[in-house]
Design a protein around this ligand. Sequence first.
Ligand code: NA7
Length: 555
Amino acid sequence: MVIVNDLTEPDMPRSIEASFDAVIVGAGFAGLYMLHRLRGLGLTARVFEQASDVGGTWYWNRYPGARCDAESLAYSFAFSEDLEQEWEWTERYSPQAEILQYAKHVAERFDLLRDIRFGRRVDAATWSESKQRWTITTEQGDKVTGQYCIMATGCLSVPQLPAIEGLESFAGKRYQASQWPHQAVSFKGQRVGIIGTGSSGIQAIPVIARDADHLTVFQRTPNFSVPAKNSLLEQSWVRQFKANYRAHRNNHRRGLGSGFGDLDIEPLTEVQEPILMESLSSEQANAVLQSAWDRGGAFFMGAIGDAMMNETANSFVQKFVHDKIKQVVKDPQTAAALCPDNHPIGTRRICVDIDYFETYNRANVRLLNLRQSPIEQITATGIQTAAEFVELDTLVLATGFDAMTGALLAMDIVGTGGVKLGDAWSEGPKAYLGLSVNGFPNLFTITGPGSPSVLSNMLVSIEQHVDWITDCITYMQDKGFRICTADKMAQKQWVGHVNDVANGTLFPKGGSWYLGANVKGKPRVFMPYAAGVGPYREICDQVVEDGYTGFQFSA
Ligand code: NA7
């Protein structure tokens, strides 16, 4: 039920416009599904979204070549059998436009749009102990309250601009991968420069290279990338796969890995034992890797089961990929510069590409190794490195995100006793199960730090979190509780466990955005939970079965 003007907060300039059972921040996949589930409970909800449409990541990231690195049949909602049967994906890895179309379809099909307010950027969320409610305000002047505040703000939604002198002085056209214009961009006849060779750059470079007169890639750190082997989906294959969708979905949810797997027509009937390096001869290991390489995609990292734990295994996989790069890239100097040598493979997000390394064989593409000659400054007409000046008409930035905590900390979130989330997380994010933060009652974070999130198929993790939150709210309603908060000790133990799991892997050696290493001044804490979506789900289910251990409830 929506109650208009039921509250007043004399010390705040904006008057309360409405109060809801829940306020959701973000209308990407997480916000959409959360709204759908809350509706199912008969609760009222308001969603605020800063974009002008649904889709989250897929609304913003429209750069050339943008597509999902999880396969379409797995990167899609499982909650509605009708939806999963009726929606037709066209490619093995969906392009951005198709995923955005899908998000719009979901919003319309489940009649979600009427509760979403677009063009609204939430700037603050404040818990009132006396009223036991959250007050949420937007930069555009909205002010509403909710018993629950649910952050569906995404893990990669705050772009990072490079701190390069003179960036603003560039007089040509400048584009940012994660804030790409909605109209088509042509690079015809232009000298283009791109900074950034993470997933976004690696997807964009081959496409821009085909269009531009000339493309210079300014590379600071080379990244490992495996071929996607993208193709149109064979509709007879899709029909057979969909006939077993429940079993496949179950495997995605329960698997040891990241929720991407099991995409053969016949669903796996048992958990497959990982193949360990020590059980393989070099020839066998090469054959295993070659088969995964030929299949394509991020599965490659799962081919040798201990590659993320065992340095010897990891080095073997690294060498395999280095050899592939050297086989493809004709110029030996360029090939050498493209071979990552400062981090174990997989410890930075593995990229999945279409013709990335092949692109460096084009006559109109040049790799500039910033490790040898760093960028000194950007001027009106180009980029000055330590070695040379490169004239550019267009500059593309694919320089990443303030990941996982960026969007949460961009808001002024104030919990019990006036404590700000930014202060509570000054040494790095601390959350119980990545779902709830001690001192911030009735606030839930979908795919928050401390959950598998970016190490997993996001759709699998989003659905699990939304379902868990829905069950928790149902439990509270059934028991007559109004407040739910994470216990401090349980949170501490969970954060310790997340760190222990990460430290048992090679992930901390990656120096990546998983650790906050790409943002100046950000605490170096490994943020996602690395034990896999299946074990994580079991823990969350056990917490519920044991009566919500680690949570405190009150009436
Ligand atoms: P990433 O993976 O964080 O990549 C950012 C890239 O930008 C990376 O190559 C950086 O090099 C580079 N970068 C950042 N700042 C600079 C400066 N100042 N100079 C030169 N190069 C710079 O972001 P993406 O958007 O590609 O991918 C993020 C995720 O989005 C991806 O994993 C998918 O899940 C979707 P560095 O490594 O810091 O040397």
